[in-house]
Design a protein around this ligand. Structure first.
Ligand code: CTP
Length: 398
């Protein structure tokens, strides 16, 4: 997660500038505060209005805007990271030689934060000796270069020089600059989403879980340095970071089969999935026809994945489960924690407006086997996930 991180995106005159729109969206979605500085020629490729709307901040493209001088020193000091994407051949040459004829150059020369560049140019320009020399000069200044990709170029030719994709840039920057170490070396399993229990080839029993909470927890654990495997039921959610392994399953049975071999191997497990408690006893292979005026479905219990994990819990393993309660909430959650032999349980209440299934916010209470109780007031699921992960870290290292 990039919450509390300040990122300055620099855009130069290259057709790849259209990708910077997506990059800004991803950075904002990951929680970063984003400001944009662009060269005057970049404005021919992407409109400042689009960029300012996406990052909800002013966009700087001139050293002097009407009669106001833009404070480039302040911008360079404000940022935790300066990402120049795309970096054109022209701006690369200017950076290597210390030129200062536009605001992007002025910010670059006065920036006190780390600088990452994602070059974009045609293959022949990319292979030119002067480009190589300029890139190695940037490396000698301590800047980081994100490798270019191979593919179709603006000239219509096929080769090296394509700017890295926005997802790769996000991944590269979060890992290199912001991924923590509190959980490094820890193997983690997270379950998320609903499960669908098949009735016949066209119908199933499911629930309203979106997977948002589990995905956010997987991302927070990853950003704390852990090696994460996410097993999710059907969900529309996408992970921000490619470094997280993901296994998509459908039913409770499939989720159990995927999680079972890992139960004894992981250091931390977070069972967040809204697993169906019952599944049809018979899964019809043909569509059930409307032969009579009623239909009885016989259901049988699914395997309780969390209870299975708790039953074989190892001494140094930390297991956290969720409890969705509608009455005697705390009492029921604590009973569940004991019964399933786990370390902590996150109590979800359906009473709070804006919390629970489908929405982007949540309000939970974490109860631990050590008697610790922590309420996390209504906030985004990403912030709730970060608070749950910091609770786990506190418990592990208490
Ligand atoms: N869980 C699971 N496998 C199941 C059912 C639940 O792993 N077959 C896990 C959930 O991921 C969650 C916890 O058990 O972490 C509690 O789920 P919840 O639905 O609140 O409780 P149940 O154990 O199903 O009990 P009840 O429905 O009676 O409250």
């Amino acid at each position: 997660m990039l919450s509390d991180k300040k990122i300055l995106v620099g855009i130069t005159g290259s057709i790849a500038a259209y990708k910077s729109i997506l990059l800004i969206r991803l950075l904002v979605k990951a929680g970063a505060e984003v400001k944009v500085v662009m060269t005057p020629s970049a404005k021919s490729f992407v409109s400042p209005l689009v960029l300012s709307t996406l990052c909800k901040n002013s966009v700087f493209s001139e050293l002097v805007e009407s009669d106001q001088w833009a404070n480039h020193v302040e911008l360079g000091r404000w940022a935790d990271l300066f990402i120049i994407a795309p970096l054109s051949c022209n701006t690369l040459a200017k950076m290597a030689n210390g030129l200062c004829d536009n605001i992007l150059q002025a910010v670059y020369l006065s920036a006190t934060c780390a600088v990452v560049v994602a070059p974009a140019m045609d293959e022949d320009m990319w292979h030119h000796l002067s480009t190589k020399k300029n890139l190695s000069t940037l490396l000698s200044y301590g800047n980081t270069i994100i490798p270019v990709g191979k593919g179709e170029l603006a000239s219509g030719l096929f080769g090296e020089g394509r700017m890295a994709e926005p997802e790769e840039i996000l991944q590269f920057c979060t890992e290199a600059f912001f991924r923590g170490i509190s959980l490094s070396g820890k193997k983690v399993l997270v379950t998320a989403g609903p499960t669908y229990e098949s009735i016949d080839p066209v119908r199933f029993i499911g629930n309203y879980s979106s997977g948002k909470m589990g995905f956010a927890i997987a991302e927070s654990l990853y950003m704390a340095g852990a090696e994460v495997l996410l097993i999710t039921g059907p969900s529309q959610e996408q992970l921000l970071y490619k470094g997280i392994k993901i296994l998509r399953v459908i039913s409770a049975d499939e989720m159990y089969e995927s999680a079972a071999p890992l139960m004894g191997q992981v250091d931390i497990a977070v069972y967040c999935a809204a697993v169906a408690d019952f599944t049809p006893s018979i899964k019809h292979t043909e569509k059930i026809k409307k032969h009579s005026d009623h239909l009885l479905l016989e259901l049988q219990p699914t395997i309780d994945i969390l209870a299975m994990a708790g039953a074989q819990k190892k001494t140094n393993q930390y297991i956290l489960g969720f409890a969705l309660e509608t009455e005697n909430e705390k009492e029921n959650a604590l009973a569940k924690l004991k019964r399933k032999n786990i370390d902590a349980i996150v109590l979800n209440s359906l009473r709070t407006v804006g919390a629970g299934f489908g929405v982007d916010t949540n309000d939970v209470t974490i109860l631990s086997a050590n008697g610790v109780e922590k309420n996390i007031a209504l906030q985004s699921k990403k912030s709730v996930a970060a608070a749950i992960v910091s609770f786990i870290i506190d418990e592990l290292y208490a």
